[in-house]
Design a protein around this ligand. Structure first.
Ligand SMILES: [Zn+2]
Length: 501
């Protein structure tokens, strides 16, 4: 961005003309559905298989082969539509979208054109802005073309025919930050709906961006499409480049520079977008109804069954965690990061009846264990610590059997698979020491030679006591009840202040 433009909230303000420009952004997101087989044949869907090993006459477009719709894909697509509050059409159909490229063996892609299975719905951002969805449609993926050092093009058709949903938003977004927030929310919904992993690294979520700019309050102008963005960072960076580029073109007044309807590609290493081709009109694809597939008819019973399979969605869960369980926004976010973590947390909270403690343990200590490469757990469900075990540990702390330090040690052993909390505590003798005589002996020892601490406490600076609590805990091998230690220390200091008889 040149010095002539500066960001002010959602606007880019020109230092030359004073015009406040805003972005107009719409997103088209392709998400791979988590089906075992492809959309129109029984070929397996698997990432990383040897090239062209997962193919058959249907997905390689052999003459005479016939597509058959995968009902599981339809179910996942409908579930996603319901999760974004969209209308699911009772009747929809497939169409052929024609274009020629080496990774598309039929020379057309089976997609949905004028009658998609889903219209409407949307996603609400944290700011309250509601981003409307135009539609979601089902389509098959293309294969992969790998251009080898500019000499050869290698084609892998393992991905050809894999089930995708394309979610098309209205141009309701204004900034790169909003675009990323929307994508994160959509990804979360797809995952919670169980429709797909939406893993960008595996190419399971890909995004095309439509973007134009306009002076605040004025009509829309020509939009540009940026294609094939495969990470959220690239979406943000491409918009951070493209929006000022368009504004500066308008501000320059040179007609040759004005944005035209075209497709651009984002060059991530240079951080710029470049013209790929002038935009095709829809008619260039020569859409027509797919003659080899019957129309899709969705019964109410089918749709309701999918609705029954939806769990509570992340936004609703976060609100409930904040309002009903009194958790912070941060904890609510961490706990709803994936559906597995959220379900796990809720199970622990239900079992021990202490949601705040459960939130702390799951969001902090357990999340750390999960991120530890040595633990090597792919998801929270793979940890040897089950919700019942963590609930038991929380109860042991609440009952005063062990202190928090001891509990952390126990959790570490639980993660390593050493048994239940009660077993570990008993085996390792980790029970908290509450015995008055031992505690007092350690406290007296710790106070020796620390007259300054006692003086500070007497002067009302009770925080100073912290300096003596540490040594007591150490002397006890970490097993002293810190609350009792504090009480005894204060009592000893107060007693010491009394005139001796
Ligand atoms: Zn196949």
């Amino acid at each position: 961005m040149s010095e002539a433009l500066c960001r002010e909230g959602a606007a880019w303000v020109s230092a030359v003309t004073g015009t406040r420009w805003v972005g107009v952004i719409g997103l088209e997101v392709h998400a791979q559905l988590a089906t075992n087989s492809k959309l129109f044949c029984s070929c397996e869907v698997r990432f990383g298989a040897p090239p062209n090993s997962l193919t058959c006459p249907v997905c390689t477009g052999q003459p005479g082969s016939l597509p058959v719709l995968n009902a599981a894909a339809l179910g996942l697509a409908v579930r996603t539509a319901l999760a974004v509050g969209a209308d699911v059409a009772a009747e929809s159909k497939f169409d052929r979208k024609h274009y020629f490229y080496c990774d598309i063996p039929k020379n057309y892609q089976i997609s949905q054109y004028d009658r998609p299975f889903c219209t409407g719905g949307g996603i609400r951002l944290a700011s309250g802005r509601f981003v409307r969805l135009t539609r979601i449609h089902l389509e098959e993926d293309a294969g992969k073309a790998i251009h080898d050092r500019g000499e050869h093009t290698l084609v892998d058709l393992n991905r050809a025919g894999v089930a995708l949903i394309e979610s098309v938003s209205e141009a309701d977004l204004e900034t790169p930050e909003e675009a990323v927030e929307y994508l994160e929310a959509l990804k979360e919904i797809i995952r919670y709906a169980g429709a797909g992993e939406a893993d960008m690294e595996k190419g399971q979520l890909r995004c095309d961006v439509n973007v134009s700019v306009r002076p605040e309050g004025e009509a829309w102008r020509t939009k540009v499409e940026i294609k094939n963005l495969n990470s959220f960072r690239h979406v943000r960076e491409a918009l951070e480049y493209e929006i000022p580029r368009q504004i500066e073109a308008y501000e320059s007044g040179e007609s040759a520079r004005l944005p035209r309807q075209e497709t651009r590609l984002f060059d991530a290493s240079a951080g710029v977008t470049r013209t790929m081709r002038t935009k095709e009109e829809a008619r260039d694809y020569r859409y027509f109804t797919e003659p080899d597939l019957p129309p899709i008819t969705l019964t109410e019973a089918f749709v309701e069954r999918q609705r029954g399979l939806l769990c509570e969605l992340p936004q609703a869960r976060r609100r409930r965690y904040r309002e009903e369980l009194g958790l912070s926004e941060y904890d609510a976010r961490v706990l709803t990061g994936t559906r597995e973590v959220a379900d796990y947390f809720e199970a622990v909270a239900r079992l021990c009846g202490r949601p705040k403690e459960a939130a702390n343990w799951v969001a902090n200590d357990l999340s750390r264990a999960l991120a530890d490469p040595e633990v090597a757990a792919g998801s929270i469900d793979e940890l040897p610590v089950k919700p019942f075990d963590l609930a038991e540990l929380i109860e042991l702390v609440a009952a005063g059997t062990i202190n928090t330090t001891g509990a952390r040690e126990v959790l570490g052993l639980m993660v390593a698979g050493s048994g239940s909390p009660r077993e570990i505590v008993a085996e390792r003798g980790l029970e908290q020491v509450d015995d008055e005589a031992s505690l007092e002996a350690w406290c007296r020892e710790a106070l020796e030679g620390r007259e300054q601490v006692a003086a500070d406490v007497r002067a009302g600076r009770t925080k100073a006591i912290g300096a003596v609590v540490g040594p007591v805990m150490k002397a006890s091998g970490g097993k002293a009840n810190p609350q009792r230690v504090r009480e005894i220390l204060l009592r000893l200091i107060a007693e010491d202040d009394q005139p001796r008889p």
